[in-house]
Ligand binder design. Structure first.
Ligand code: FO1
Length: 313
């Protein structure tokens, strides 16, 4: 079963790992969010692509969800000793990835090529595509002004109120041609929107011209998995942001936010009461992914649901 999945970082990567186990690797294409990317201490950092790579390769830190498990922090200690900015933690081994990517970008390689090479070196056999090779940067409007995404998310620990979000550069960005081709491919049998933050992780992907239209035109059913359980996110500020932006913070509000790009919506047992009121086909299951088995079970459930929905006319 050939599948395309849109995903952000930690939450999305959990389902991506489940899909990776549930499908032959060659059947899985992941489209990753690059709205969180930024340049820090001269390094080009792509947190969500890296989280997916570390998660699929088994290198991820199981508690933090980002970065590597087998990490040391000598570089950060050095930065601190020299009075440098220490709010964004770059582990020693993780730093190797940022150095190689930064160097390759400077030599004119595309983010798509670099990501494919890095994923290959980590032994990942599914395809991971950045949404675009052009810079798109998520910026957050707060009552005190605009913040770059990582300033809001890591430096300020998501404390500022979010009154708006912009995806800078999106209008001029070219969608990854391989991503567009995968979405349009008649052999693609399901398009999954992973349980990532709709506003911070999925909307940046949808903001790249051509991607939303490709979802609308695809013959494969588009199925989203709710990132909220009982009105709460497993990790991160999804519920708060959706509430602050006046979108509501229920599974139903996530479904409404995606609107007519969806054919199906998977929601948690805790939200079963919302099931009947949604405007698309819905299916209820346990969506909390604590173990690898949970990730695989949710992936299989979602694929089965998409298969039952069948191709769109
Ligand atoms: N998240 C944090 O909360 N604190 C960090 O210091 C941090 C460092 C970091 C370094 C590399 C990387 O790939 C990711 C990192 N993240 C960190 C996670 C990341 O910034 C966010 O989880 C995502 O951007 C949101 O999806």
């Amino acid at each position: 079963m050939s599948v395309v999945a849109l995903c952000g970082g930690i939450g999305g990567a959990k389902l991506a790992l489940g899909l990776y186990h549930a499908l032959p690797a060659a059947d899985l294409t992941l489209i990753g969010n690059t709205g969180d990317d930024f340049t820090h201490l001269g390094f080009s950092i792509s947190p969500d692509l890296d989280t997916v790579c570390y998660t699929l390769s088994g290198l991820a830190d199981q508690v933090r969800g980002w970065g590597r498990g087998d990490e040391s922090w000598n570089f950060m200690e050095g930065v601190r000793q020299l009075g440098g900015p220490d709010w964004f933690n770059l582990g020693d081994r993780d730093l190797a990835l940022h150095a190689l990517r930064s160097d390759a970008l400077r030599r004119g390689e595309s983010l798509t090529e670099i990501t494919a090479r890095i994923a290959g070196q980590m032994g990942i056999t599914a395809r991971l595509l950045p949404m675009s090779d052009d810079p798109v940067r998520t910026v957050i409007a707060t009552p005190d002004g605009w913040l770059a995404f990582q300033e809001y998310f890591v430096r300020d620990r998501c404390a500022p109120k979010v009154v708006g979000v912009r995806y800078e550069g999106a209008e001029a960005a070219l969608a990854n041609p391989a991503a567009l081709a995968a979405l349009a491919d008649p052999a693609t049998e399901a398009i999954i929107i992973c349980p990532s933050n709709p506003v911070l992780s999925i909307d940046p992907i949808l903001s790249v011209p051509g991607i939303r239209a490709a979802l609308a035109k695809a013959t494969a059913p588009v199925v989203a998995v709710s990132p909220l359980i009982g009105g709460l996110a497993v990790k991160g500020p999804t519920a708060e942001i959706m509430r602050e932006m006046g979108l509501g913070a229920t599974a139903a509000s996530v479904c409404a936010h995606y609107g007519d790009i969806l054919n199906g919506f998977v929601l948690d047992e805790a939200d079963a009461a919302e099931h009947g009121a949604l405007p698309v086909a819905t299916s209820v299951t346990r969506t909390l992914m604590t173990t690898l088995d949970d990730r695989i079970a949710l992936a299989r459930f979602t694929l089965e649901f998409a298969r039952d929905l069948g191709k769109r006319p």
